[in-house]
Design a binder for this molecule. Structure first.
Ligand code: C2O
Ligand code: CU
Ligand code: CU
Length: 505
């Protein structure tokens, strides 16, 4: 595996896109069996690189779909954080970290009102803890790094789920090692269902597909490479050249000529995706981090920063059996002008993510309703105060909030239980940061920047704050205890861009 190959791939497919649809069908059918036509650039590669390029054919591995652990049927499942060897690539074993021995980790699936119950066993060399990202749970269930368990210890999670249906996720959250652990595999999806959503008849079963997107780096033995000690820029965020979807590199998935609901999570370290399809112009955004929008929004691309989720409907009805559709990132150049590791594709890199193979005709008579959910707006007048949180980079390149590097034992904000507040998140640097708050779901009031994010219209737990932008969010604090707020670029949160708030009863 080599990085230049993937870089070139994205360049090729970008060119391909621009070239329009000259005889797509014919070339595409051949393509699943061999790499795309080599353009003149690729001929400059060394023979060794070409050899490696021959070893991996994009869109040749089938998308893995995570297994599901369904509550309440599941009886006390066990997650054992452990080292495992798995086939990310069909032809090699990669050393990773898993919860049940394989990747992708299972999806947790539970209905509103049901009780979640699970044991975490730590078989890692270091302390760890699981956080249920977006779930509103008691403090001791939230997975704060102070609650990390030692090697061989067990943590029992038990709480009831009482919130919107939505696409949430889980990941470990140990102090200073969250990035490394998620990078090596310790995350998964957590889907909450409820009755209201069922009556909407959204695409389900084979027509509902979870997609966990992560960019990764591999060495030529197909082992994961995390931070490169020779590149200080990796402190700004580790970006990779190989995109995995559900732990499968540049996969393909077979679909019919109908509508699909894609629940997409960005579980990368730093990369923000601007998701679009190469030959489908418009799709519907129907949901955000914590549930459905009030009504579908027609979009041609959607920006997804780390930890954010989107729920979209894509319709393959105009495609023919044999067609191919690529999901890609258009590159999010607005995200930063900071120097990142130049050996890997930058923020504005156009990259392929996966390919859909249309394999069957299907008369899809389903209709996506115009009214999806009711989102009661929290009124600004209800807020008893406004707090400002400032994103800073300090001397020595340390990422912080309010110039205070994270201290696990310091309380940075105190909030009154049962009250509403506005938090004004102020970004003072030339890099966009996804801001996440534990223990609440919030609504975006406004942002000072120019880009319009349709995802701002839904319930959120993570919001992207653009360079030199201020975003205002509003929320109710309903659970007492100590919780975190932080930048969700994993290297930034590990690198001190995190703080504690205490909700007092
Ligand atoms: Cu995904 Cu502290 O969170
Ligand atoms: Cu969280
Ligand atoms: Cu950050």
């Amino acid at each position: 595996m080599n990085r230049r190959y993937f870089l070139h791939l994205s360049v090729i497919s970008a060119g391909y896109l621009l070239a329009g649809c000259e005889d797509r069908g014919a070339t595409d059918k051949k393509q699943s069996q061999k790499p795309p036509e080599i353009d003149s650039d690729l001929e400059k590669l060394s023979p060794q690189v070409e050899k490696l390029a021959e070893d991996f054919i994009p869109f040749s591995q089938k998308l893995k779909i995570p297994s599901e652990i369904n509550f309440p049927q599941a009886s006390k499942p066990v997650f054992t954080a452990q080292k495992s060897e798995v086939n990310i690539f069909e032809d090699a074993k990669t050393e990773v970290l898993t919860f049940q021995g394989d990747l992708p980790n299972p999806t947790i699936r539970i209905s509103k009102g049901d009780t979640f119950d699970l044991n975490l066993v730590n078989k890692l060399a270091d302390p760890t803890i699981i956080h249920w990202h977006g779930l509103i749970v008691p403090e001791e269930m939230d997975g704060h790094p102070k609650d990390a368990i030692e090697t061989n210890q067990i943590k029992h999670y038990h709480y009831s789920v009482n919130q919107n249906a939505g696409t949430y996720w889980y990941h470990t959250h140990p102090h200073g090692r969250t990035g490394e652990e998620i990078y090596h595999g310790l995350s998964g999806l957590y889907i909450v269902d409820n009755k209201d959503e069922e009556s909407l008849n959204l695409p389900k079963d084979e027509f509902e597909i979870p997609l966990i997107i992560q960019d990764r780096r591999f060495d030529n033995k197909r082992q994961l490479l995390y931070k490169d000690p020779n590149f200080l820029q990796d402190h700004n965020g580790v970006m990779g050249d190989v995109i995995l979807v559900n732990s499968t590199p540049l996969p393909f998935h077979e679909v019919k000529t109908g509508k699909y609901r894609l629940r997409i999570l960005n579980a990368s370290s730093v990369r923000t995706y601007k998701l679009a399809f190469d030959t489908i112009e418009k799709f519907l955004l129907i949901g955000t981090d914590a549930g459905l929008l009030e009504e579908p929004i027609i979009v041609d691309s959607v920006v997804l920063s780390v930890a954010e989720r989107v729920d979209i409907i894509v319709d393959f009805k105009d495609k023919q059996v044999g067609d191919r559709v690529i999901l890609k990132t258009l590159g999010f150049k607005e995200g930063t002008n900071m120097k990142m590791n130049a050996n890997y594709p930058s923020f504005d890199a156009i990259m392929d993510i996966m390919q859909f193979h249309i394999t069957e005709e299907f008369q899809d008579i389903s209709v996506i309703p115009n009214n999806l959910a009711i989102i009661p707006r929290i009124k600004e007048s209800e807020a008893i105060q406004t707090r400002t949180i400032t994103m800073e980079i300090m001397a020595g390149g340390v990422w912080t909030l309010d110039k205070k590097p994270y201290d696990m034992h310091r309380i940075d904000q105190k909030v009154k239980l049962g009250t509403t507040e506005i938090w004004e998140i102020k970004n003072t640097v030339h890099m966009a940061h996804p801001f996440h708050i534990h223990g609440v779901l919030f609504q975006v009031l406004d942002r000072s920047g120019k880009i319009n994010f349709p995802t701002d219209k839904g319930w959120k737990d993570t919001v992207l704050v653009m360079p030199n932008e201020t975003v205002r969010v509003i929320m109710n604090f309903t659970v007492p205890g100590l919780f975190l707020y932080h930048c969700h670029i994993l290297e930034h949160e590990d690198h001190a861009m995190m703080a504690n708030f205490l909700v007092e009863g």
